[in-house]
Write a new protein. Structure first.
Length: 148
């Protein structure tokens, strides 16, 4: 069973009704029941829509119920309207590093052997750029390039 969690806050605003009707409080029990029935369990989550505190609280109750590492993606606004959907914290890169740390710490505390899969060598765990294959590493030096 793979739940489409996506976010915790503003679900009624951000998601269509069929997804928003499933409350975050209900999700851990659903996964636990599915796991008890012998099914693999996991969920999708989009970093950037919830605060770090909301993300941590949600991950703390969800991660113990998964048998497959969740699909954690980064919200990518494509226009100014979508920019407003980001939680203010997510406007800084540090938010995503904190999100990654939260997930890693919870998984370590659970003594879980689950690990994230890298997507085509471009992203690392939790959707963050992985150092060896970071996209800017292949670009020629550019004036003002702060990544080098």
């Amino acid at each position: 069973m793979f739940l489409t969690a996506e976010c915790v806050s503003r679900r009624d605003f951000l998601l269509k009704n069929t997804k928003a009707d499933l409350l975050p409080e209900m999700m851990p029990a659903l996964l636990a029941d599915a796991r008890a029935a012998g099914l693999d369990t996991s969920f999708t989550y989009i970093a950037g829509l919830d605060t770090t505190a909301q993300l941590e609280k949600f991950m703390t109750v969800m991660l113990p119920q998964v048998t497959l590492f969740p699909s954690i993606q980064i919200f990518q606004p494509h226009n100014r309207i979508m920019d407003r959907l980001l939680t203010p914290e997510a406007e800084c890169l540090g938010y995503y590093f904190n999100a990654r740390r939260v997930v890693e710490n919870i998984m370590t505390d659970l003594d879980s052997s689950l690990t994230p899969e890298l997507c085509g060598g471009v992203t690392g765990p939790c959707g963050l750029p992985s150092t060896p294959a970071a996209p800017w590493r292949d670009r020629p030096d550019e004036p003002g390039d702060r990544h080098r």
